[in-house]
Every structure is written in C-alpha cells, then in structure tokens.
Write a protein that binds this ligand. Structure first.
Ligand SMILES: NC(=O)c1ccc[n+]([C@@H]2O[C@H](COP(=O)([O-])OP(=O)(O)OC[C@H]3O[C@@H](n4cnc5c(N)ncnc54)[C@H](O)[C@@H]3O)[C@@H](O)[C@H]2O)c1
Length: 312
C-alpha cells in the first residue's frame, strides 16, 4: 500500500457524481480521510462501507466516512461540491437554478465555518452561477474556489475528435472555454492532433458538427439515461482538478475561474485556462484568441451574468 498524505477531502453529495469522485480520490490516494456527506440518511454511510471494502481489493489506504452531519466535514483541506439535482431530458442546466442555489448556500455555510482553509471545487449545475454563489457565501478568495466544466467539455471534444481520426485520445489536445452550457467556446485555434492544427486535418463542416456535438455532449447522455446525467467523465474531470491542487502538479486545465480583468472580463466566473497547484488557482493564462473566439467568450460570460441576475 502506498504512502497516503495526511489530507482530508470532503465530497458533498453522495449521488452518482459524488460517489464516483470519492472513489476516484481514494483510488488515487489523494487523502488519508475522505468524507462523503449527503442529506439522505443511510446513503453516504452505505456507499462508504462498500467503498472501504473495495480498498481490500484495490489496495488504497484512505478511510472513507459516510455521514449526514456537517461537523464530520470540519477541517477539510478540500471540498468537492456535487450536491444538487441533475437534469432530466428536456431540461436545461438553468432549470436547476433555484433548487441548487439553496443547496449550495446551505453547504457553503458549514464549509466557511468548519473548513475555512479549504480549496473548493464546485460541480453542481448550473455550474458558473453555483460556483459564483459558493464564492460569495463562503467569502473565500477566488484562488480557492473553482468550478469544473472545461475539463469535461474539453474531454468530450477530444473524445469526438479522436473517434473521427481513429487515433488515441492522448494525442488530441483541445481547450473548451467559456460558460458550461450552450455558449461554451471550443478553441479550434488551439486544437491539435500531436501538434498538427485541427484545421489542417478536418473540413470546416465536419469540425462544426463536432463542435456542436460537444456543446450538446451532456444533453446527449441525459437523453439516453432518461433519469440522471453523466457522471464518469464529470467525476474524472473534477478529480483531475483536485489532484492538480492536492499534489501541487501545476497542471494547466480549463476551469471556471473568478476573473478580475483577464480576457477583458471582470467579476464573473468563466471557463479559462488555469494553472492549478497547491495554492489553488495560481494563475489565469491569457492566450491570444481570434476575434470570434473572444466575442464568443464575452457572449458566454454575458450568459453567466444573466443567470446570476435570475438568482437575484
Ligand atoms: N459541472 C459539470 O460539468 C457537471 C457534470 C455532471 C453533473 N453535474 C451536476 O452535479 C450535480 C450532481 O449530479 P449527480 O448525477 O450526482 O446527481 P444525484 O441526484 O445522483 O446526486 C445528488 C446528491 O446530492 C444530494 N444532496 C441534495 N442536497 C444536498 C445537501 N444539501 N447536502 C448534501 N447532499 C445533498 C442528493 O441527496 C443526492 O444524493 C447536479 O447538479 C448535476 O447537474 C455537473
């Protein structure tokens, strides 16, 4: 069994995304203690018991604790928030707004008091407004509150491109910026297959079809599942961010970040390339965008602001 760092990670919400996040954190030995909290009595306890038994087979050393008591989360170094209702077929992410806002506010209260030094990664939708609300309600600096969307959207884009070219997804590099929704901005100018610009490899109409499929990547899965939404890729994406912070990896990942003038955007959360390390969001990287990409990014930020206004 490998050495486990003395670290406490709390995952809020023991649903599909939360349980998968907790298991991935354990498998990657990111923490010695992983707390899984949910309002449903028995669910986090049962999942934790099951997960701890998988440790005997998989050989991870983390202790997973399932609870309904916020006090058990106190002193966390990191909190991944997945609590909330997911989409049903035909629903947009914004349809989740008021229900999930109440949930985020209640969670943020005990994170603020009980884990004042924690790094928070928000997954709950509608992502950009929930991460904004979480930052305001915790009072934490933007450096310690980020949202997961871009890693997932980029993973979807990379997957569709790899399928199109019949190449390993490892060789496809792509960045999807902007808000998590219909206004996301796949950066075609930074998309390559082993360094070869995508525009040299794919006809514009095919590229556009893949971009559109990426925009609707979540809805495509919701339509298949009928109840619930995607969780394997979302959890993998959230835990990649957690790992980058926990292990001070200085990864460059697209995350929803609190912008203070970068890309000409201020006081809004929007997906941009970020350096993640032990201080959390250590730097927002400002890459050169085409005029259209910049306009699309601003349009996306406007859509996030509109959702924020709807919150009041
Ligand atoms: N950012 C993204 O890219 C992305 C991707 C996938 C899912 N999501 C979002 O993640 C959220 C969770 O999705 P899921 O599929 O796991 O849903 P789920 O219904 O399986 O799980 C949600 C869990 O949250 C719990 N919960 C509700 N209120 C709570 C509270 N106050 N404290 C603790 N737990 C609480 C519920 O009891 C439930 O177990 C949804 O909002 C979904 O839209 C976001």
């Amino acid at each position: 069994m490998s050495q486990i760092p003395q670290r406490k990670i709390t995952v809020v919400g023991a649903g599909y995304v939360g349980a998968t996040c907790a298991h991935l954190c354990a498998q990657k030995n990111l923490a010695s203690e992983i707390v899984l909290i949910d309002v449903l009595e028995g669910r986090p306890q049962g999942i934790a018991l099951d997960m701890n038994q998988s440790a005997a087979v998989e050989g991870f050393g983390a202790r997973v604790i399932g609870t309904n008591d916020p006090k058990d989360t106190f002193g966390s170094d990191m909190v991944i928030i997945t609590a909330g209702i997911p989409r049903k077929p035909g629903m947009s992410r914004s349809d989740l707004l008021s229900t999930n806002a109440k949930i985020i506010l209640s969670v943020a209260q005990y994170v603020r008091t009980g884990s004042p030094e924690a790094h928070v990664i928000v997954v709950t939708n509608p992502l950009d407004s929930m991460v904004h609300l979480c930052r305001v309600a915790t009072g934490f600096p933007g450096q310690r509150v980020t949202g997961m969307a871009g890693v997932l959207d980029s993973a979807r884009f990379r997957t569709f491109l790899a399928e199109e070219f019949n190449v390993s997804v490892e060789d496809v590099t792509a960045f999807v910026l902007g808000g998590h929704g219909d206004t996301m901005v796949p950066l075609v100018s930074y998309t390559t297959v082993s360094g070869i610009p995508i525009t040299q490899l794919l006809a514009p109409d095919k590229l556009e079809a893949i971009v559109n499929r990426t925009r609707n990547g979540g809805a495509e899965i919701v339509a298949f599942l009928k109840t619930g939404s995607a969780y394997y890729a979302p959890s993998a994406a959230a835990v990649q961010m957690a790992e980058a912070i926990a292990l001070d990896k200085k990864r460059i990942l697209p995350c929803a970040a609190w912008l203070q003038g970068e890309y000409g955007l201020k006081d809004v959360f929007c997906g941009v390339p970020c350096k993640l390390g032990r201080h959390g969001l250590e730097q927002v990287l400002e890459v050169t965008l085409t005029a259209k990409e910049r306009a699309d990014l601003h349009k996306s930020a406007d859509a996030v602001r509109d959702t924020m206004k709807a919150l009041g």
